[in-house]
Design a protein around this ligand. Structure first.
Ligand SMILES: *Cc1c(COP(=O)(O)O)cnc(C)c1O
Length: 394
């Protein structure tokens, strides 16, 4: 049968064929455990003659549906979901690595991922090299030097939206035989086919585009069965499961993933273009703009460029803060990828605890702003930016 399109899969994949009471939607199954009527049923389950649910930490019907839907969307052999994106990251690393192993990450990784690799993993005898994003010679040098078992890259990265070169990464993987894990939260399964491009496991914070409504925390890992099984075993032991209610909200959010991404890609590009030749703006970072340093890579590996637009105002810190406070539609909040327009000031919201030197090294300037467009009408988003710029815009 002809393979169905992404939006058709988003609506239908994973939902059980025959629903409880002929419901259209998959119900929220609120139960901590599952009953057996006879000891023979227990034996059938224990000896794997029947596949069913036993205890909530190992599975739930609502959660099982969302796992299947996500696997269909990424065209992954297997998938697992978690209570948040960081659990997906930590379970992947702790599930796949052991004491004595080495991994390589890039210097623009998600802040808590970096902290986990630098502060937590060493306590278990797992050490990480942090290499400059885009310096693949340095990466290969570190991989070879330590015989790295895993490379974790993100794409696009925060906040400059650097793009990983999947061809170089998969070539390196062939030469050295590490596991290539890619946190593709900023790409989504719609804008990039990360697994097809060579990743062994792809990680998503479902809090962002997948959930898409700024109302849940969630995480997902997708990839080959053997790797996902190891990550699942680790999670089944330590916890971090996605509950039934959250699974339902994620199922519901995913149904509109295709149309939401289409709109976010459009709004993102339109806002980026508007800011790009704006006298009040010093520089715009959006992979869909030809002026972006990784535009060619973005065009090679992505089909859409997302709803996150980073830019620097031609102002000082106070001017930047005034602009942020003046915005009305764009609410000041971390996170991105939902239907509501949000804006964040990385220097204060995410990096206030860093020294000025560390911030400079990471390129977190005082005037840096990260916008996440919502699905609002783009004219209204642009009007909001203009009124917040006030006098400066004239
Ligand atoms: C948000 C995010 C995470 C963490 O996800 P949570 O759901 O907040 O735990 C990890 N990686 C990236 C790239 C993210 O944007």
């Amino acid at each position: 049968m002809k393979k169905k399109g992404l939006s058709t899969q988003a609506v239908h994949a994973g939902e059980p064929e025959r629903q409880y009471m002929d419901s259209i939607t998959t119900p929220i199954v609120m139960t901590s455990s599952y009953t057996f009527t006879h000891m023979n049923d227990v034996m059938d389950y224990i000896t794997k003659k029947v596949d069913r649910f036993e205890y909530g930490r190992y599975g739930n019907p609502t959660t099982a549906a969302v796992i299947k839907k996500l696997a269909a969307l990424e065209e992954a052999e297997d998938a697992e979901v978690f209570d948040c994106g960081m659990t997906a990251v930590s379970c992947t690393l702790l599930g796949l690595l052991r004491s004595g192993d080495h991994l390589v990450i890039t210097d623009d990784a998600y802040k808590k991922t970096t902290m986990f690799c630098e502060k937590v993993l060493p306590r278990f005898g797992i050490n990480a090299s942090v290499v400059k994003m885009g310096d693949y010679d340095q990466m290969e040098h570190e991989v070879a030097k330590y015989g790295a078992k895993l490379v974790l890259s993100e794409t696009p990265t925060n906040p400059y939206l650097n793009i990983a070169d999947m061809d170089i990464l998969s070539g390196m993987k062939e030469r050295h035989g590490f596991v290539l894990a890619v946190d593709a939260t900023f790409a989504s399964p719609v804008n990039q086919r990360t697994l097809a491009q060579g990743a062994d496991v792809v990680i998503h914070s479902a809090t962002k585009y997948l959930g898409g409504h700024n109302d849940i925390l969630g995480g997902a890992v997708l990839g080959g069965r053997e790797l996902v099984e190891k990550i699942r075993d680790y999670r089944n032991t330590t916890g971090g499961v996605m509950d039934a209610m959250t699974s339902f909200l994620l199922l519901r959010g995913l149904k509109t993933l295709g149309i939401r991404m289409e709109r976010l890609n459009q709004n993102g590009l339109a806002v980026a273009r508007h800011l790009d030749d704006h006298p009040a703006v010093r520089k715009v970072y959006y992979p869909g703009l030809p002026s972006h340093h990784d535009h060619e890579k973005a065009r090679k590996f992505m089909t859409g460029f997302g709803g996150v637009v980073t830019f620097e105002l031609d102002a000082d810190l106070q001017g930047t803060m005034d602009f942020l406070s003046n915005l009305k539609l764009f609410k000041i909040a971390p996170s991105f990828g939902g239907v509501e327009a949000l804006v964040t000031h990385p220097m204060t919201v995410s990096y206030y605890d860093h020294s000025p030197e560390e911030r400079a090294r990471l390129g977190i300037h005082d005037e840096l702003i990260r916008m996440s467009v919502g699905i609002e009408d783009v004219e209204d988003l642009i009007d909001d930016i203009e009124q917040a710029l006030g006098e400066k815009a004239k």
